[in-house]
Design a binder for this molecule. Sequence first.
Ligand code: GYE
Length: 363
Amino acid sequence: MKHSARTHLTKGYTFLRTSGRAVRFVAWALVIAFVLTAAGCSKKSATANANSDTITSSEEQTYTRNIIIGFSQIGAESAWRTCNTQSMQTAAAEAGIQLIYSNAEQKQENQIKAIRSFIVYQVDVIVFVPIVQDGWDNVLREAKEAHIPVIIIDRKIRTSDESLYAAYIGADHVEEGRKAARFLQEKYKDADKTLNIMELRGTDGSSVTDGRYQGFREILQNDNRFNIIYSETGDFLRSMGKELAEKILSENGTLQINGTPVDIIYSHNDSMTLGFLDVFEKYGIQGGKDVTIVSVDAEQAVIDALKNGQVNCVVECNPKTGPLVMEFVQRLANNRPIPKITRIEETVFTENDDLSNIEPRGY
Ligand code: GYE
C-alpha cells in the first residue's frame, strides 16, 4: 500500500470534531456503558476510547458509533446508476450507517455544492462519483482541511495531489474497452474486408468514457481492417441513443455514415444501446445480424437482447460496490488501513457463450 489512507486517517481524522458531535458521542457512550454494566461486564472488559471513537471489548470486538456518510451521486441516467445508488443505500442500512444521499442530476456544480454541505454538516466520510475527471481539487482540499476522508467510487479524478482522497473503488474502464475490442478481433479473425465501426461515447470528460475509448483503440489500432468512421457522445442516456439513431436513420434510411455502411456499433453503455434498438425496430434493422453490437454494463435488458441475438457481446461493469464501501468506512472509523485503489472484477458475455445460467442481474 502506498502512503495513503492510513496516513491520511491517522494524521488528521477524528470522529469528534465539534462540541455538538462530542455531546452526541458522550450520550452514546453513556448508553453503551449502561448496557455493558447491566450485562455484567467488568470495567476491564470494555474500554471507551474517546479519541478513536470505538469501544472495544476484551474479546476484541469493535463497536462503532453512528457513522454518517455524505454520498454525492451523479444522477439516475441509467439502470446501472440506479443499481449503484441502491447498492449504497442497502449496504449502508445493513451496516447501520446513516447515508445522506444527494442526486446531482448530471451537474458537477451540484456535486461540488453537495460536498460543501457535507463538510458543513461534518459527516464522517464523504463518498462521491465524479461525473468528470477534472475540477475537484479545491473542494477536496476543503474536505481535507476539515479532516473528512473522501472515498471516490466508480469514476476517477485527475489530480496532482493524490492525498486529497483516501481511496478509490471502481472498475478498470480501459480494460473494458480492450475487452470489447478483443471480442471483435476474435469474431472477425478470418475476415478480409474493412469493418466500419460506429462508436457511441459516454459522458465526455469522464474517466469512464476516456477509458473505454482508449482501451478499444489500443487493441484495434494495429489492425487496419477496423475503421472507426463515427464517434459521437450519447451521454450514457437511452434518450440520446434514440435521438442519434433516429437522426441517422431518418436521413439515410439505412445505417450509414456519409454513404459508408456501418458494420459494428461499439456502445459505451447499455442505455444507449437500448436507445438504438428502440429505433431499429421501426426501420426493420436487426441488431446482432445486420450490424454487430458490442455494449458495456450487462444490465438485464441487454443480457436478454444478447440471448435473443440482437446484441453480440456485453462487457460487464459491476455497480454493486455498496458493501465494499461500507466495509472501508467501518475500517476508517476503527483506525484500520484501507487500500488506496481497489479494482472490481468483471466478466464478458458473448454470443459464443452458454447464456442459460446467468444469474438475474439485478439492474
Ligand atoms: O457504464 C453507465 C453509467 O460510470 C461506469 O455510468 C459508470 C457508467 C455506466 O451511467 O451506464
